[in-house]
Ligand binder design. Structure first.
Ligand code: NAG
Ligand code: NAG
Ligand code: NAG
Length: 390
């Protein structure tokens, strides 16, 4: 009976939420080891994610050129990665070394709290002859529950079978200076690019807005060489520039490198359509929550009693004989009041009350305790509670 409404919810979520969160994502090969207390070596990454939690992050973790032996420190640090919208964490697997299927199984065996969402297959050579090998890796990963597959040929891929096999295929991994966005071919939204040796000053907004306008899936821009595992010197600038490019291309100046780093949001006004879309999206989401809330509330009041709705006890105390307590409330109950405990009169039957308006009057010093324990039955809804101890 939920189906028509659930289907509507899913449709609305797809129509409004998904377009809001797609756009250029941030690819982050997180290859350094999280040394130090509180995973200190990763703290610049934690800061960048927290400051840009609206961006789509694709984080590649790599304990030891693959999962390596069990490393609880590493697994704990993975759980410390701050949350962000639709965050995807992939486990690095080197397809040219070791045991690819075994590595996948190792990640699959991690505790649920640190287990990656997907697998990033590194060092792919996207040729026709290798296709079936990679397809078997990917289907093994999917069978182990990894819903997101990244491939890293690091160069232009002409065989579209590779795009359809993966969720994200990295088709450029070379210097920032020699990158030309116009050279990208194929389905842009399923591609990422890795630009290394980028300038250590200035903004990357020109190339970021070109990638955003092309509809490219994700980008990583690093000041260090491809062979280095160090984090980029401009990690936070890069992340905030991608985050603020999201949802519409920049019409601002295309500052090239060499200038000082300016506020990436400045001169980068979101178009009216994006604002209207966002407002409608938020209203729809609120509506969905309202529908869900009303449904839950209706179900709660309409269905049979369940253990989790049992109120532990209901207590009415009046120790002052001169000041009787009158208690009159409506609530649902199937309480069987044990006669010895109830030295009071009730308007309902005082041994079995099925869904009455219960009215209890305690007229002299006593304690009336209606227990939710099975002996006494149970009550749910909004229980009466009255104390007059003095
Ligand atoms: C991280 O810790 C390991 C093991 O203690 C050590 O070998 C390595 O040099 C450390 N790396 C850094 C960057 O501190
Ligand atoms: C990844 O690709 C699979 C297969 O095409 C698809 O079912 C899944 O929804 C994709 N996941 C994401 C997060 O896009
Ligand atoms: C920035 O824009 C100017 C003028 O439109 C153009 O000549 C220049 O090539 C652009 N620079 C980049 C890096 O796109």
């Amino acid at each position: 009976m939920c189906w028509p409404r659930c289907a509507l919810c899913i449709l609305l979520i797809q129509l409004f939420v998904v377009p809001c969160i797609h756009g250029l994502g941030i690819l982050l090969p997180l290859y350094i080891y999280p040394n130090g207390t509180n995973c200190a070596a990763w703290s610049p990454v934690f800061d960048a994610i927290s400051a840009n939690s609206n961006a789509q992050w694709y984080i590649i973790i790599n304990p030891d050129t693959g999962p390596g032996p069990t490393d609880e420190l590493y697994e704990t640090c993975v759980t410390e990665i701050p949350a962000s919208a639709n965050q995807i964490i992939m486990g690095f697997v080197d397809t040219t070394a070791g045991n690819v299927l075994g590595d996948i199984d190792t990640y699959a065996g991690w505790p649920a709290s640190s287990r990656p969402h997907g697998i990033f297959f590194a060092k792919i050579s996207a040729t026709a002859s290798q296709l079936s090998t990679y397809q078997s890796y990917v289907s093994h990963a999917r069978s182990q529950g990894f819903g997101f597959i990244g491939l890293d040929p690091g160069e232009t891929v002409t065989d579209t079978s590779y795009f359809s096999m993966a969720n994200l295929t990295n088709t450029y991994e070379d210097s920032y200076a020699s990158f030309n966005p116009a050279s990208l071919t194929g389905t842009m939204s399923q591609q990422s690019v890795i630009l290394v040796n980028s300038p250590t000053t200035g903004t990357y907004t020109a190339v970021i807005s070109q990638l955003e306008n092309l509809g490219v899936g994700a980008v990583y821009i690093s000041t260090v060489a491809d062979t280095s595992q160090a984090l980029p010197a401009q990690l936070s600038e890069f992340a905030s520039e991608v985050a603020s490019a999201k949802g519409g291309g920049s019409t601002g100046s295309n500052d090239s490198s060499g200038t000082t780093t300016s506020n990436p949001a400045a001169g980068n006004k979101p178009p009216i359509a994006a604002i209207v879309g966002a407002v409608i999206g938020v209203l729809i989401i609120l509506l969905i929550f309202l529908v869900i809330f009303l449904r839950l509330r209706r179900r709660r009041s309409a269905s049979a009693p369940e253990a989790d709705r049992v109120v532990p006890f209901i207590e009415v105390r009046n120790l002052d004989a001169a000041e009787p307590v009158a208690l009159s409330r409506s609530w649902n109950t199937d309480i069987k009041v044990p006669p010895p405990a109830l030295k009071a009169s009730t308007s309902a039957d005082n041994t079995t009350m099925a869904y009455p308006n219960l009215s209890v009057r305690v007229s002299y010093p006593t304690t009336l305790r209606l227990s939710g324990a099975p002996t006494y039955g149970s009550a749910w809804g909004s229980p009466p509670s009255y104390h007059n101890d003095d």
